[in-house]
Design a protein around this ligand. Sequence first.
Ligand code: C2E
Ligand code: MG
Ligand code: MG
Ligand code: MG
Length: 282
Amino acid sequence: YDAKRTGVPTRLYSSELRRRATAQLQLHGALRRALAREEMHLAYQPVLDLVDGGIVAFEALMRWDNPQLGRVPPSRFIPAAEETGLIIELGDWALAAAAAQGRRWADLGAPVAVAVNISSRQLADAALPARVERIVADAGLDPEYLVIEITETALIEHDEQAARSLSALSDLGAAIALDDFGTGYSSFARLRRLPIGIIKIDREFVAGLGADPDADAIVTAMVGLAQGLGLLVTAEGVETPEQLSALSELGCTHVQGHLLGRPQSAAEATRTLLNQSALPPG
Ligand code: C2E
Ligand code: MG
Ligand code: MG
Ligand code: MG
């Protein structure tokens, strides 16, 4: 921008820039200390089998509560963690915490998968699979109960390393889910070439179901693609009974969203899990 030509007084303009830069520095500084100060925790959102309604997994979602900044949403601190490289440390922490929780659920006799989000920079790190292997072993979690969620963008940014890392993670026994499907650019060839077992339809498309013919067509095509390739398909952001029944008719296999369960504390998630397994079969 040319501050003079847009009519913004230069002094105000630069003070606004300075304010933003200061805020960003404050965020980075606070983020750097967040783990040591135990300001991070994971919330767990259930993923349900659409046929029998049972919980098959919990997605671990990072939460940050800072005394000065309040609750900072992941949409703000995950990009900051990526920029600063702190995502590696935070990502390892999330993997370890989720794996430990997965182990606790198995110990309670209610084994369920834990899904952990991995960002672009983590996927670019060639040492990731070895660290995941160690983290899961330290937690005593059967790797079959780990799901790694990656985005299309991460795949495209690090094509070759991503392919190697995903193969190694898949060889460990972890399942790979392609998150926010439809918002980025995934070629069908890539879906076949990589060991992806689950696609997660972004809530942007789920939101339009039954109201927007384009959304109906897109979700129908995505579910058809998943079925054709033998993949599981989870619809994200399911908020209404109408969306749920539309997804059921289309043959979607799994659902996740506020209608079925919000992200919740580990203790609440445990109660949710144990209550449903106490239900009589059928
Ligand atoms: P995501 O992996 O696609 O996670 C789903 C997001 O949708 C979560 O937002 C969840 O709270 C929200 N959500 C679930 N059901 C509904 C619904 O019915 N309606 C609406 N409106 N929203 C719903 P959240 O927790 O704010 O996380 C946002 C994003 O931040 C995640 O998107 C993920 O990309 C990233 N993220 C969160 N935790 C981690 C993490 O530990 N590591 C990394 N790398 N990224 C993370
Ligand atoms: Mg996710
Ligand atoms: Mg998603
Ligand atoms: Mg999303």
